[in-house]
Design a protein around this ligand. Structure first.
Ligand code: PGA
Length: 259
């Protein structure tokens, strides 16, 4: 029912030439991905080259962040219309690395979500608890707070245009992924919450991706969960074969569930 989506988050990796080569490998290796949608989020500097390489392919391009204003005196920032201008179709927002390293607040993230929607970009709202929060039994409280704050003030129709990513902070870049059961439990909780703040129909349509140490060898088990609608992949998206394997597994996972 929900087409899985697999997004590669290249973070702060790669020259323009390297990004172009990786995009070329994905273009050649994923000619007609079936039953799965694919996107990559390169560093801003590589966006034009990657967008050009992937033009006319089914692989979408996105930004890793955007500002909440459309224009203005914001040194070092990139605005949503600038991403749209380059052909981006989505933008990651509220990634835990930005929350932690740049001090991004829920309020700023909500304004970014609104900016993305204004410019027809799909906001990929990232939520997730730290190891300490999980240890203290605050996983649901944390993700609930981030979800409610990130989508605050949006009409259900606007929420339908978003994608959610559950990324436990302790699983990002650590090699320790959440177990399929742990992820599915939080995804189920988030979907229940979405149903409460919007409607059952909207909640059923919204994709909730899992992120945090997704690799080719754990993707099968994660993607077999009915509540997991794809993946947000960091490290393993930096090589063509690794990322392509994950994309194929996400497509197979959905197919085996009859979606
Ligand atoms: P990882 O990163 O796959 O390297 O753990 C995921 C992410 O931060 O989106």
């Amino acid at each position: 029912m929900r087409t899985p989506l697999v997004i590669g988050n290249w973070k702060m990796h790669g020259t323009v030439a390297e990004a172009r080569a990786l995009a070329g490998a994905l273009r050649d290796g994923l000619k007609r991905p079936r039953g799965v949608e694919v996107a990559v989020c390169p560093p801003f500097t590589a966006l034009p080259a990657v967008a050009e390489t992937l033009a006319g392919t089914p692989i979408a391009v996105g930004g890793q962040n955007c500002h909440w204003e459309d224009t203005g005196a914001h040194t070092g920032e990139i605005a949503a219309p600038m991403l749209a201008d380059l052909g981006c179709r989505l933008v990651l927002l509220g990634h835990s690395e930005r929350r932690r390293e740049m001090g991004e607040t829920d309020e700023q993230i909500a304004r970014k979500v609104a900016a993305a929607l204004r410019h027809n970009l799909t906001p990929v709202l990232c939520v997730g608890e730290t190891a300490e929060e999980r240890r203290q039994g605050l996983t649901f409280t944390t993700v609930e707070g981030q979800l409610r704050a990130g989508l605050v003030g949006l009409e259900p129709a606007a929420v339908t245009r978003c994608v959610l990513a559950y990324e436990p902070v302790w699983a990002i870049g650590t090699g320790v992924n959440a177990t399929p059961g742990q992820a599915a439990e939080v995804h189920g909780y988030l979907r229940g919450l979405l149903s409460e703040v919007t409607s059952k129909e909207v909640a059923q349509r919204l994709r909730i991706l899992y992120g945090g140490s997704v690799k080719a060898d754990n993707a099968d088990a994660l993607m077999a969960e009915a509540e997991i609608d794809g993946a947000l992949v960091g490290g393993a998206s930096l090589t063509g074969p690794g990322f392509i394997a994950i994309v194929r597994k996400a497509a197979r996972g959905a197919a085996s569930r009859g979606e």
